[in-house]
Design a protein around this ligand. Sequence first.
Ligand code: PLP
Length: 388
Amino acid sequence: MTKNSFSDMTKAIKSTTKPNKETGAVNPSVEMSSTFEQKDFDNFGKWDYSRSGNPTRDVLEESIAELENGSRGFAFATGMAAISTALLTLNQGDHIILTENVYGGTFRLVTQVLVKYGIEYDFVNLSDNKALKTAFKENTKVVYAETPSNPTLQITNIKEVAEIAHQNNAKLFVDNTFMTPMLQKPLDFGADLVVHSGTKFLAGHSDILAGLIVTKDEKLGDQVYFLQNSMGATLGVSDCFLLLRGIKTLGVRMEKESQSALQLANWLEKQSIVKKVYYPELNSFEGHNIHNQQAKSGGAVLSFDLGSEDHVRKLVDNIKIPIFSVSLGAVESIISYPPKMSHAEMDRNERYERGITDGLIRLSVGLEDIDDLIEDLKNSFTEIEKDL
Ligand SMILES: *Cc1c(COP(=O)(O)O)cnc(C)c1O
């Protein structure tokens, strides 16, 4: 058995458990040093200064590269630091095509920061190949996708979009935060670069902020390394350690949480108070077939529509298990209300065009007992229905 033939569950453990050669300590040591002593005046060692490289960060960067089947991995202070660094591989005058349903922070970065440096953009529905093909310009260098997208779980066909991007001499970048490499590996379907908010499923415990990049080839990897070292938004070593610990259990968490999310989605579809359920593994869901071709399961995030803001408020007032907050991907279930949270700055018409209605709730399913979670929702729905 070669190292590469290990399954993801095994890789997640093997790549994060690196017994110390001297002491035998099973975990990578947390190297709290900004600088490294140089033994030879003429030939410096592998590490010199921690912004440029640190042994603990190296383990994390190699682990994520291995899990995503990429050549190089990079760790950043936040998901947005990773995304900013990835997009700064572009030059002044270049153009990006982004999915319409892009994460709010990425929307802000592109429309309010990168424009200042002459980087142009267009938002396109990436499920519409025709619209995508006509959106390319002479200067288009990157197509940026998120699949499933937030919060309506829109699916993009990674393989097709990668082919179209490459035919137009552009690269495909994919934000793989919602799936993680345990469920979906965009590089295997032709993407050139993957970004993550490691804050979510990879860390898994709502404890740290982190971001990651994996590149498919060394050349793009060299560009990212140059920018990581130049801009310096690297992940601190304690957080590298916590992220490594999160990755150890990523496989079991994604498997269990996906099972629970599917069970919950099926149950929600049968409730009369629920107008619509958004979950990629439901047969009724648009994009279901494409998602199944590129991902192992529907993941742990689902959304559903309760018809009105008032119903959502009553649900939040009555629910006992999920935390009401922004973010996702943790061991605890998290309920968010996109119209007042991730999409608060968008006007109502724009929100509605994206399916983000006043009754929409996003639920990131955690590791609580699914029967308890269903019971909790059931009781909350009963409270809402009392007032109807
Ligand atoms: C949270 C999130 C980000 C941003 O990551 P931070 O760690 O909060 O900076 C980017 N993309 C997606 C899909 C996210 O959910």
